[in-house]
Each structure stands twice: as structure tokens, then as C-alpha cells.
Design a binder for this molecule. Structure first.
Ligand code: SF4
Ligand code: SF4
Length: 190
């Protein structure tokens, strides 16, 4: 097994760890590794690390490994871990922050399809002011190359009136668009 010199890892990752703590407002050092979060996480069996391990790795300064991990992309934000955590560690918000930092630092997303879905979702919200399911499906399918994804259920859902081929535009969508623009400006137009 590969040996890791934790003192030097902690030192070299200090700034990055600090940045994540400030952005997420989550103090991973409060975690005492009971494992309750991992036991209730619906996606842990698909991931490379459980939520408990992600928190432990951050405690030990293995930040780059966390930023490259599948787990941060697979988290669906269900909140099971947070609701059961005796230390109230907000793992869903931590994972949100880790995805943002991972993108900012240029790590290729370990789950490309989740990244494409996330971007496509935000694009539809930016232009219509709310979720536009049909637009999201078309955008995601085109960008991911997964052209038939969701096509088996789409006609049935349209028949039931659950989704519409046309977007429902909200009144204040100009304001929503401005929020997105401001965020892009803050990020330097990326
Ligand atoms: S449930 Fe909370 S305290 Fe327990 S391992 Fe998970 S994050 Fe840490
Ligand atoms: S919020 Fe994420 S990490 Fe927590 S239980 Fe749900 S999927 Fe797992």
C-alpha cells in the first residue's frame, strides 16, 4: 500500500483546504467519523469514496484526491447525511462547493455526464427563468451524445401533461438572466 506523509500533505494543501472551508462554511474537523452519513447515502455504493471518507480525506489534507473523486459528482443532495449527522456537518453543501472548486481549478469532472447535465440544467434556467424539461433533455442529449436518453418516457409524460414541448417563461426571467451574468462576470467571463 502506498505510504502518505500526512504532515507534508496537510501543509501543501492548507490553502486549498482553507478556501473550501471558507466557501462552504463547513468545518470538517467537527466530524468524529461515526459513519452514519455513509450508511444512509443512496449513491455511496456507486462512488469511489463514501461521504465519511470524503470528510476524512479533507481532514487529512488529501484535497486534490477529493476534487478528482467521483463521489462529489454523484451526490444528489438528498440531505440524508446531514439530517442524520450528530455533528450537523453539511455534506451536501460541501459537495456543491467541491464541484465548484474542482471546476475552477480545472480538474476534469470524474463524472462527465453529471457535469453536462448540470450545465444544461443551468442554461435552461438562465434563458427561461425556471426548469424547462424538454429543453433540458434536448440540450443534455445533444451535448452528451446520449441522443435517446429519456425518449422512452417523454411521450407518456407529455400525454399526462407532466412536461410540455414549449417553455413556460416566467415574468422575471430578465432578472434571473442578470444573476447569471453577474456570476459569470465575477468568475472573469468563464
Ligand atoms: S455522520 Fe457526521 S460525524 Fe458521522 S462520519 Fe458523517 S459527517 Fe462525520
Ligand atoms: S446528500 Fe449526497 S452525500 Fe449526503 S446522503 Fe445524499 S447523496 Fe449521499
Amino acid at each position: 500500500m502506498e505510504q502518505v506523509a500526512l504532515n507534508s500533505v496537510l501543509k501543501s494543501s492548507q490553502a486549498l483546504n482553507q478556501e473550501i472551508a471558507e466557501k462552504s462554511h463547513v468545518d470538517v474537523n467537527k466530524c468524529y467519523q461515526c459513519g452514519t452519513c455513509a450508511a444512509g447515502c443512496p449513491v455511496a455504493y456507486l462512488a469511489d469514496y463514501s461521504p465519511r471518507q470524503i470528510v476524512r480525506m479533507l481532514q487529512n489534507g488529501l484535497v486534490e484526491d477529493v476534487l478528482k473523486s467521483r463521489m462529489i459528482w454523484l451526490c444528489i443532495g438528498c440531505g440524508n447525511c446531514l439530517s442524520r449527522c450528530p455533528r450537523k456537518i453539511d455534506v451536501p453543501h460541501l459537495n456543491d462547493t467541491l464541484r465548484i472548486v474542482s471546476k475552477e481549478k480545472g480538474f476534469p469532472p470524474a463524472e462527465k455526464s453529471v457535469d453536462v447535465f448540470n450545465d444544461s440544467f443551468l442554461k435552461t434556467v438562465q434563458y427561461t427563468g425556471r426548469l424547462y424539461e424538454a429543453g433540458l433533455t434536448m440540450l443534455y442529449n445533444t451535448r452528451s451524445g446520449n441522443f435517446m436518453s429519456g425518449m422512452d418516457v417523454a411521450p407518456h409524460m407529455m400525454k399526462l401533461g407532466k412536461i410540455s414541448p414549449f417553455p413556460h417563461l416566467i415574468k422575471g426571467r430578465g432578472e434571473v438572466s442578470r444573476i447569471f451574468k453577474k456570476i459569470q462576470e465575477r468568475k472573469g467571463g468563464k
